[in-house]
Design a protein around this ligand. Sequence first.
Ligand code: CA
Length: 235
Amino acid sequence: MIRDKILIVEDDPGILHFLQTTLSAAGYDVLTVETGKSAMQLISSHCPDLVLLDLGLPDMDGAEIIGAMRTWTSTPVVVVSARDTERDKADALDLGADDYLSKPFGTVELLARIRTALRHTRTGNESSELALTGQYRVDALVIDYKKHRVFIGGEDARLTPNEYRIVALLGKHPGQTLTYKYIMKELWGPAAASDNKLLRVHMANIRRKIEPNPLEPKYFFTEIGVGYRIAEEEE
Ligand code: CA
């Protein structure tokens, strides 16, 4: 079995040790570097399967690394950062990071996010079930990409075309947070309003039609100030 190779870019010795120990114990091949410059070198020379990236590095901003990487590779990047303002998260995701973990975080969460990010690369951003059946399903929710319909508990959720497009887009990135900006651009083009008010109205309607209890969402999660994420089926 070929083990996935993960590059950890982190200058804090304590966190680096924690990440290294956890990922090795989980069966990954682990490489570590402490500066942005050596990260850039290792990414091109060792082609890791995933990069775990701290934003606050001694020699450069981790965001620069994401930007540079995205000009030539789609290797998944999971940002690990103490900076956890909504702006920072949204910026990292918009630059092309696949996910964002705020320090401190636990082992279970770390490993789950890594598995999700690795799976997305393998399936070319579509879940294998979606590729096979044209459907995304999690629990009682089914998105039928051929019929352009969404079903909940076997019943047509009667979404409007815009609501369907939002759900369809999220369903193609299960478990991944899509930023407001990304969703609006995908839906309404580059000239889309920067204000996410309309999107929030659509999402409220989607939840009302789909969630058994919209106050405790089961399918559509909000990352406050960042974007939305659809539930992912456990393997
Ligand atoms: Ca740091």
